[in-house]
Structure formats: structure tokens, C-alpha cells
Design a protein around this ligand. Structure first.
Ligand SMILES: CC(=O)c1cc(-c2ccccn2)c2ncccn12
Length: 121
């Protein structure tokens, strides 16, 4: 239940706190740093049902909301796919998202990161 305190997952949390800045560095123009607002992107909230951005991912790490590396990866993929859904292919945002998705997944699936993926619990 929600009343049960979130069990600590220090090893995973430490890993995610290392991985997040690595991914953020791949977004130097900080397109993905903060939630996209309807004022900068007309109609965004009615088109994108599950918004995601790096600041929200950071908060989820601090709040112990990621149980596995896969859940963290899923949010990263969601963030990139949102940008490729809302923005047309010829926009800087779409192109940045496509590149970020590709380079970010290479980091998240790298051999040296894989040992942190828990086997069937
Ligand atoms: C990520 C994304 O879809 C995005 C980020 C931005 C953005 C992010 C930071 C500063 C300015 N714009 C944006 N602007 C218009 C349409 C879409 N976007």
C-alpha cells in the first residue's frame, strides 16, 4: 500500500544518480531538462498523455520510485518518444530526441551497466 515506506534500493539509486547526468550531458541545449509547457508547445498536454523530462526523472530517483534499471530506461524512452510524437520530423526537437534516444540507450545497455540489472527477483 502507499502507506508502506518505500524500501531503500541504495545500489540502484546510486547507479541512477550516476547515469542521469551522463544522459543530461547528451542534451546540451536542455530541451529535455524541464517539463514541456502548453505555452511553449501549443496543445502539448492534450497530445502527450504521459509527459516526462530529466527533472522529473531526478525527482523519481530521489523519491525511490524506480525499482529497476528497466523502469528508469522506460521513462527515458518515453521522454524521447513524446518529443518524436508531438514534434514534426523536420524540427530541432524531433531530431534532438531521435539522437538522444539512440546515444542514451547505448549508455543504458552498455555491458558495464548491465550487471546492475537484477535477475528475476
Ligand atoms: C522536448 C520538446 O518537445 C520541446 C522542448 C522545448 C523547449 C525546451 C526548452 C526551451 C524551449 N523549448 C520545446 N519547444 C517547443 C516544442 C517542443 N519543445
Amino acid at each position: 500500500t502507499s502507506l508502506r515506506p518505500r524500501q531503500e534500493r541504495p545500489a540502484l539509486q546510486k547507479l541512477l544518480e550516476l547515469l542521469l547526468p551522463n544522459l543530461e550531458r547528451k542534451d546540451p541545449r536542455q530541451f529535455f531538462a524541464w517539463p514541456v509547457t502548453d505555452s511553449i508547445a501549443p496543445g502539448y498536454s492534450s497530445i502527450i498523455t504521459k509527459p516526462m523530462d530529466f527533472s522529473s526523472m531526478k525527482q523519481k530517483i530521489e523519491d525511490n520510485q524506480y525499482r529497476t534499471l528497466q523502469e528508469f530506461t522506460d521513462d527515458f524512452v518515453l521522454m524521447c518518444n513524446n518529443a518524436m510524437t508531438y514534434n514534426q520530423p523536420d524540427t530541432v526537437y524531433y531530431k534532438a530526441a531521435k539522437r538522444l534516444l539512440h546515444t542514451g540507450l547505448r549508455t543504458l545497455t552498455a555491458e558495464k551497466v548491465r550487471p546492475y540489472v537484477p535477475t528475476i527477483s
